[in-house]
Structures are given as C-alpha cells and as structure tokens.
Ligand binder design. Structure first.
Ligand code: C2E
Ligand code: MG
Ligand code: MG
Ligand code: MG
Length: 280
C-alpha cells in the first residue's frame, strides 16, 4: 500500500510541489530585494466618525509596489515575509512612511493637527526590545505629537505575550502613543483579560459586522461589547462597513467610529491628501 501510494504521490504531486517550492523561493528572494530597494508603500484608509460624518484619521495599510506585478496587498506576501524574518524591516519602513506623511499633513493642513494614523504591528515587532526607543526616535525626528500615532495589535499578539504585553503597552501609552486592539472578537480571548490592558480603542472585526446581517443574537453581542467598552472609556471602531444598514446598526448600538469600503477605500498617500484638502 505504501509503495503504491508512494509511487502515485511521486508522479502526481512531485512536479506541483517542486513548482510551489520554487515559487516560494523566488518570492523570498524578491522580498529580500524589495526590502533593500524600499518597495513597500502605505495606503491610507479613512476612519470616520459615523455620528458626525467627520474624518478622524487613517489606518496605514502596507502595499508592495512590485516592479512587474503592480500593487500587491499583504495577503500576497506578509505571511512569507514574517516567516523569513523580513516582517520587522517592512514594519519599520511602514512606520517611517507614516511619520513622514503625518509631518507633511500637519505642515500642510491646519485641521490635520488632531488627525491620527493607526499602524498595524506584528506580534514579533511588538516584542522587539528596542520598539519603544525606535518609535520615540521616529516621532522626535519628524516632530509628531505622540497621540497622533495609534498602534494596532491583535488579540493573538497580546495573548502570545500576555506576561509582558501589559508592561510594553503601558510604556508606550505613558509616552502618549495610543493603543488599539485590532480584529476584536475573533480571537476568543477572555474579554476581561483584554479590557484590563492599558488600551484606548477596540476595533470590532469585520466578521462580527457581517454576522449582524444574519443573526439576531449578534446584535446583542455587539451591543454588549460596545457598552462595556464605552463604560471603560474606550473608543470603538467598527471594521469592514460595506452597507448603509451596517452603519445604521452600529450607530444604533452606540458605536461612534467606523471604517470600511462604504466610508472609504484604502487610498494612496496622494489621494488621502486630496481627501484632506477637501476639508477632512
Ligand atoms: P486589518 O488591520 O484588519 O486591516 C483591515 C483590512 O480590511 C485591510 O486589508 C483593508 O483593506 C480591509 N478592508 C477595509 N474595509 C473593508 C471592507 O469594507 N470590506 C472588506 N472586505 N475589507 C475591508 P489589507 O490592506 O489587505 O490588510 C490585511 C491585513 O494585513 C490587515 O488587516 C493587517 O492585519 C495586515 N497589515 C496591513 N498592513 C500592515 C502593516 O503595515 N504591518 C503589519 N504587521 N500588518 C499589516
Ligand atoms: Mg488593522
Ligand atoms: Mg482589523
Ligand atoms: Mg480585520
């Protein structure tokens, strides 16, 4: 049996496996070149106040400006980049772009003084010993008020390092940097653990928003999360808002902030600037 299946496995799967391995190796090499050539750029997705309709900030989303394949989203490269140890380097390029952009916006638009940009941090980046020092150095270099920077961490990043997480967060926050928990609600972490961390904002995951359309109990759960968060003075952002009904529902349960294709797509820096020019 082993021989027969071994033979067929060889014939059927070997070429495909070899191709996959080659593609993976090519991607790794391209990623190394891309980091060296600084091919990573940032798109900016608006985060809106869904009560007033005002723009409160942007989420920075990394893109790879590939020399032949066009603009690539994280799904095409970020996992592999993390696996081969390039995630940190890409993350620092993103943070530098963001600080540079924030400085330009604050210099150009008077109403951009309170604009915040949220940056995603990987679990590994979060636990780099020099994270705090490097962020402080960047903010100082570009003369950015610390409260204009928000760092987004996922539940899993926080759970993975639950011993150290609270201390790292407290240090960043004491400097004035804001902290958000991203993709809230998908990690099945203990709510009581998460909310006692020193944080400023939770972002309710898109999957919850989708379920709002389908299941009645979802509305009750989301409503409970929003109430709990607000009683703790946490900002709540609904992610992935695609329909007017979803925006209405989130407004109804008392959620003040939202992000999603209905409110604005992730934009290249120049288009985000035009949005700000239009009045914010
Ligand atoms: P995320 O942090 O949860 O970011 C939101 C993702 O949802 C983005 O995908 C955004 O384009 C997408 N999105 C926004 N509104 C909608 C909507 O209405 N419908 C749908 N279907 N999607 C929406 P993107 O840009 O492909 O990024 C995917 C993930 O990659 C991010 O999820 C984040 O976890 C990670 N990521 C992005 N940029 C960075 C970065 O600079 N560093 C790190 N470590 N991770 C990043
Ligand atoms: Mg995020
Ligand atoms: Mg998210
Ligand atoms: Mg998400």
């Amino acid at each position: 049996r082993a021989k027969a299946s071994g033979k067929s496995r060889y014939e059927v799967f070997h070429p495909a496996m070899r191709e996959a391995a080659q593609a993976r190796l090519a991607l790794e090499n391209e990623l190394r070149r891309a980091v060296a050539q600084r091919e990573f750029i940032v798109y900016y997705q608006p985060i809106m106040n869904i009560s007033s309709g005002g723009l409160i900030g942007f989420e920075a989303l990394v893109r790879w400006q590939h020399p032949t394949r066009g603009i690539l989203t994280p799904a095409a490269f970020l996992d592999v980049a993390e696996e081969v140890g390039l995630g940190d380097a890409i993350g620092w390029q993103v943070l530098e772009h963001v600080c540079q952009q924030l400085a330009t916006w604050q210099h150009t638009f008077s109403h951009a003084a309170h604009l915040s940009v949220s940056v995603n941090l990987s679990a590994r980046q979060f636990m780099q010993p020099d994270l705090y020092a490097r962020i402080v150095q960047l903010l100082t270099q570009y003369n950015i008020p610390p409260n204009c920077l928000k760092l987004e961490l996922t539940e899993s990043a926080l759970m993975e390092y639950s011993q150290e997480a609270a201390a790292v967060l407290a240090r960043l926050r004491s400097y004035g940097i804001q902290i958000a928990i991203d993709d809230f609600g998908v990690g099945y972490s203990s709510l009581s653990y998460l909310i006692q961390l020193p944080i400023d904002q939770i972002k309710i995951d898109r999957n919850f928003i989708i379920q709002l359309d389908q299941a009645h109990h979802s509305q009750a759960i989301v409503s409970a999360i929003v109430n709990l968060a607000r009683s703790l003075n946490l900002e709540v952002v609904a992610e992935g808002l695609e329909t007017a009904e979803q925006v209405d529902r989130m407004r109804t349960v008392g959620c003040h902030y939202g992000q999603g294709y209905l409110l604005g797509y992730p934009l290249p820096a120049a288009e985000a600037s035009r949005l700000l020019q239009g009045g914010g």
